[in-house]
Design a protein around this ligand. Structure first.
Ligand code: OXD
Ligand code: MN
Length: 579
């Protein structure tokens, strides 16, 4: 297979000249192709077959230095540094190209170069965008097969549209000293060298669908966001679609796959997406969302039949596990799995119980979304789904209430811009420190946050029918470190309040930081909670919030004169209300 598209053919030829592969293989996305790659990786030892309880499941052990995203090695390359912003690392495009050409030069000798045409979003949706990833990693091809709509249909769309994002990837020698993830938004190009980790190597995901797409979306008038999309149906059959942005490893997959608790008979929850949403205004001013992905690349530890039964069921077959442990009879194992005993850890060493954790905290599953028992067929609808509410959230031990609602769109943008969360194992670096993560996009916005907030604010002028904006915090603790809210399936109780607010069915308490629920409007029947827990969860401590607003103000000032005046005004307004 080659292509009738001249610019694609020319780029593939250029890359082959530079990287000097032994073979070039055009991926068609077929099942036979997938199985062939799996067999090849079983032969080479890149994959280990798991036991028959896990049909068609495989374990990949990555290089131990290559287990997470590397934000310090991730760059946005725009001619002007200002356009990249203080939220990103910047490199001058010519310098970056020189550096990367050097790394890629001859790097595929002795290897096969795979050409993967893919489409982010339903093939027939005008909201979808295509890309081509060139890689020398069969692991990447197999993962892209599960995560995207790739192969022949995507190639046909690319040939018609003649526009696609170019992604070049090589695992190189997996040397952390020779590892760079470069983005060239103006060229719609990504170059990634020296890592095989999902977020660095499956270029359709973070690199394309967030960093490049956010920049493309700004030019074209839409939004590319780090958000799950979930469908909630109440017992009367009324459906709502919510989009929620939480930082990495803060429970997006769990919320997207939520199973209603026993107390909520008749409620149904279905998943549209678990990580990324592309949001467009339709001709009526309604914000509609598609999930550009077709699979999940989820955090494994913590997943069990109680915390996330849908995810747990999803990964019982046809799954690639990366960096989990195994039991003596070769079953995958991870922390909080309720069955089995790990004997080999994620690095392939004997596990004694003391040299743990057995699975890497950022070990991952890759699986097609269609395996999810709660999969919504609307994930394939070219028109996307209408969004009722946008929810921001973070992992905060203190301060942030269980839920509150923005007073209007601009206030919601301020709330999004002020999001902070404790860091997790999804990125290399210290875990558990609070950092600002605006809209959960800190690692993923492909341009200056100040311009991004301005872009968000402009939606307020383009439609009077926008979703309501909320903030949630499932992670509030007491002084002893005990979680105050049960979380998981019980989060539906909070989503119900959010939906009732969208439908003007319930009153709220107005506070300086936004609208909060009356305690009696969050149904806590049957929960093992003290009344004082709810008081803490719904309390707004003025002194702490004054400090928080001051910290947010200081953070925003870091964006200098580019910061939209509307956002500063919104900040001043809330700060004054708190005084
Ligand atoms: C992810 C992440 O893998 O956010 O989704 O790191
Ligand atoms: Mn993510």
């Amino acid at each position: 297979m080659t292509t009738s598209n001249e610019s694609l053919q020319q780029w593939v030829d250029e890359v082959a000249m530079l990287t000097k592969p032994d073979n070039i293989y055009w991926c068609d996305g077929s099942e036979t192709e997938y199985q062939g790659l799996i067999n090849q990786m079983l032969d080479s030892g890149d994959l280990i077959k798991l036991n028959d309880n896990y049909k068609n499941c495989y374990l990949h052990r990555s290089n131990p230095t290559d287990v997470a995203r590397v934000e310090h090695l991730t760059f946005i390359c725009t001619p002007e540094e200002e356009d990249t912003g203080p939220n990103n690392h910047w490199m001058q495009p010519t310098d970056a190209h020189m550096k990367m050409d050097d790394l890629f030069s001859g790097c595929m000798q002795g290897r096969t170069m795979y050409v993967i045409p893919y489409c982010m979003g339903p093939i027939d949706s005008s909201y979808s965008r295509c890309g081509v990833e060139i890689t020398d990693s069969p692991y990447v091809v197999a993962n892209m097969n599960l995560m995207t709509r790739m192969g022949q249909p995507a190639l046909e769309r690319i040939e018609q549209e003649d526009r696609f994002v170019r992604g070049l990837h090589s695992t190189g020698e997996l040397d952390p000293e020779r590892r760079f993830i470069m983005h060239f938004p103006e060229e719609l190009m990504i170059q990634s060298f020296g890592s095989g980790y999902g977020g660095n190597a499956l270029l359709g995901k973070k690199c394309h669908a967030l960093r490049i797409a956010s920049s493309q979306a700004r030019t074209e008038g839409w939004l590319a966001e780090h958000m799950l999309i979930v469908e909630i149906e109440n017992p009367e059959g009324e459906k709502h679609y919510l989009a929620a942005a939480f930082p990495s490893a803060c429970g997006k997959t769990n919320l997207a796959m939520l199973i209603p608790p026993e107390s909520h008979a008749g409620w149904k929850v279905r998943t549209i997406g678990d990580d990324i949403a592309w949001l467009h205004l339709d001709e009526t001013g309604q914000l509609r969302a598609i999930n550009p992905e077709a699979g999940y690349f989820g955090v494994v530890p913590g997943t069990n039949e109680n915390t996330n039964p849908n995810a747990y069921n999803t990964i019982q077959s046809d799954t690639i596990f990366t960096n989990v442990a195994v039991t003596a009879d070769n079953e995958p194992w991870w922390e909080q799995k309720t069955t089995g005993v790990p004997t080999i850890d994620w690095k392939g060493n004997p596990f004694t119980g003391e040299n743990g954790p057995a699975a890497h905290p950022n070990s991952r599953f890759t699986v097609s979304a269609r395996r999810n028992p709660a999969y919504s067929p609307l994930a394939d609808d070219p028109a996307g789904v209408p969004i009722s509410a946008i929810i921001f959230g973070g992992r905060r031990r203190t301060l942030a209430p269980l839920v509150y609602q923005a007073k209007d769109w601009n206030h919601g943008v301020l709330i999004g811009a002020g999001v902070a969360s404790e860091t997790t194992a999804a990125a290399t670096g210290e875990v558990g420190v609070v950092r600002r993560d605006p809209m959960a996009m800190k690692p993923f916005c492909g341009y200056n946050f100040a311009d991004y907030w301005d872009h968000w604010l402009q939606f307020g002028e383009r439609s009077d029918n926008l979703p309501k904006i909320f903030h949630v915090n499932w992670f509030r603790r007491d002084e002893d470190g005990r979680f105050l809210w049960p979380g998981f399936g019980e989060n539906l109780r909070v989503l119900r309040w959010i939906i009732d607010r969208c439908e003007n069915r319930t009153e709220a308490v107005e506070t300086p930081i936004g609208y909060l629920p009356h305690a009696e409007d969050i149904d806590t029947e049957g929960l093992d909670m003290q009344p004082s827990d709810m008081e803490t969860l719904l309390g707004v401590d003025s002194a702490s919030w004054r400090d928080e607003m001051q910290a947010i103000g200081k953070y925003l000032q870091g964006y200098g004169s580019r910061l939209p005046e509307k956002l500063s005004a919104e900040h001043r307004k809330i700060a004054e209300l708190l005084d």
